[in-house]
Design a protein around this ligand. Structure first.
Ligand code: HEC
Ligand code: HEC
Length: 374
């Protein structure tokens, strides 16, 4: 029996639920129907923000609405474009101020799984907490929340949508709606998912890449490997969900150039230079790569892992000890994969592209949908 083919319904279909708003006014809402592969594992929703159709509908509209920015030109979707798996194709993102941000935009997918800390350095601990940060950040959307609430209250559509979802318009409810919409961004139909479900087989080179991706090299038993699985562990979502296991130092910088990373949040020196291992889902469409967008292609990423690793005091031991030929002392850290093996891993990474997700109308700009006939 193929366990991967079992699909579980996450939330019960259209069950009317009664939710009390802050004013203790009763609202009749409907839970969202979602399905995700069994292999994704369990997830938790915050008790005070159940996933309802009303909040998702509102969140989708807010996500695509430049009303969230001070110059009425930047929406969440400016930096998170669906066709690019909700990234923006830039080295580092640019918002209302025109000054490039410090970071590369992150893909928004399968956010109910994987590390429970958001941003490259993990400084937001929930999607609700995260949502307000870009809205108020002076370089991103630079919006005064009180002024935004006034403007939303002057808009009849928003007044109605907020009433249906939560009762009233508040910063907290804006955040809840955005979080709810983003939780519905589930990708589970890449060629690799289809392979896991037994629906297709991979080509020879993709299969070779899959095996290399999954294997930690062991020179004693002559097992060749790319070592990727050590950190991109649940690469359907990527990174471990517990504590800070989803964060590591993958050798981008030496001690002199090491960025703070997770240290920003924890103030723990052992966390300096650790960043969130992002999802590799749809990785073929989310270039450029790494927290600062330093690599333009997957070829460059693989060249980094194969021979470009920089040593520093927090470099992951999983990288230091991984090698495909027996190590002599003090050699430069290298996986020692050959060109064919590198090409195979890249071919495998392409199987993680989920075309259905990238074109799913439920995630698209509702303003365009409203203005078109079909
Ligand atoms: C100006 C571009 C820009 C805008 C506008 C923007 N984002 Fe982002 N987003 C980014 C960048 C860059 C990062 C990574 C930032 C970091 O790590 O500090 C990010 C990270 C995130 C993450 C973290 C994902 C993860 O896996 O940790 C979420 C969630 C997110 N954004 C949602 C939103 C929402 C919701 C909005 C609208 C309210 C929004 N973003 C607006 C650029 C932007
Ligand atoms: C020691 C843990 C570790 C190992 C091993 C590892 N990675 Fe990573 N990977 C990370 C971390 C952490 C990041 C983010 C680093 C950053 O931006 O600072 C990352 C980033 C990436 C990115 C860029 C993602 C993006 O959205 O920008 C790709 C692609 C990638 N890794 C592929 C691989 C492949 C392929 C392998 C195997 C050859 C591999 N990784 C092995 C931890 C690891």
């Amino acid at each position: 029996m193929k366990i991967a083919t079992i699909v579980v319904a996450i939330a019960v279909l259209f069950i009317a639920s009664t939710i009390y708003t802050q004013q203790n006014k009763k609202l009749d809402t409907h839970l969202v129907e979602l399905t995700a592969p069994f292999v994704f594992g369990r997830f938790n929703l915050p008790e005070d923000n159940p996933l309802t159709q009303e909040s998702v509908l509102l969140g989708r509209r807010l996500f695509y609405d430049p009303i969230l920015s001070s110059n009425n030109k930047v929406s969440c979707a400016t930096c998170h474009k669906q066709a690019l798996a909700f990234t923006d194709g830039l080295k580092t993102s640019v918002g209302v101020s025109g000054i490039p941000l410090d970071f590369n935009s992150m893909s928004l997918v399968n956010l109910m799984w994987g590390p429970k800390h958001f941003f490259w350095d993990g400084r937001a601990s929930s999607l609700e907490e995260q949502a307000i940060i870009p809205i108020t950040h002076h370089d991103e959307m630079a919006r005064n929340i009180e002024a935004l609430i006034v403007d939303l209250n002057n808009d009849e559509t928003y007044k109605k949508l907020f009433k249906q979802a939560f009762g009233n318009i508040s910063a907290q409810n804006i955040a809840k709606a955005l979080a709810s919409f983003q939780r519905t961004l589930i990708s589970a139909n890449s060629r690799y998912d289809q392979y896991l479900r037994g629906e297709i087989s991979l080509t020879a080179i993709e299969e070779q890449g899959r095996k290399l991706f999954m294997a930690h090299p062991d020179t004693k038993v002559v097992l060749r490997g790319g070592n990727c699985i050590d950190c991109h562990s649940q690469f359907l979502t990527s990174g471990f969900g517990t504590m800070f296991d989803g964060f590591s130092n993958n050798g981008l910088d030496n001690d002199q150039t090491l960025q703070p990373g997770l240290f920003t949040l924890t103030q723990n020196e052992a966390h300096r230079g650790l960043f969130k291992a992002p999802t590799l889902r749809n990785i073929a469409v989310t270039s450029p790569y790494m927290h600062d967008g330093r690599f333009a292609t997957l070829q460059e990423v693989l060249a980094h892992y194969n021979g470009g690793i920089k040593r520093s005091k927090t470099l992951s031991p999983l990288i230091i000890e991984a090698d495909n030929i027996p190590k002599t002392q003090n050699v430069h850290i290298s996986l020692n994969l050959n060109d064919n093996e590198i090409a195979a891993i890249i071919a495998f990474l392409h199987t993680l592209t989920d075309e259905e997700f990238l074109a799913n109308r439920a995630f698209s700009d509702p303003f365009i949908a409203e203005n078109s006939d079909d």
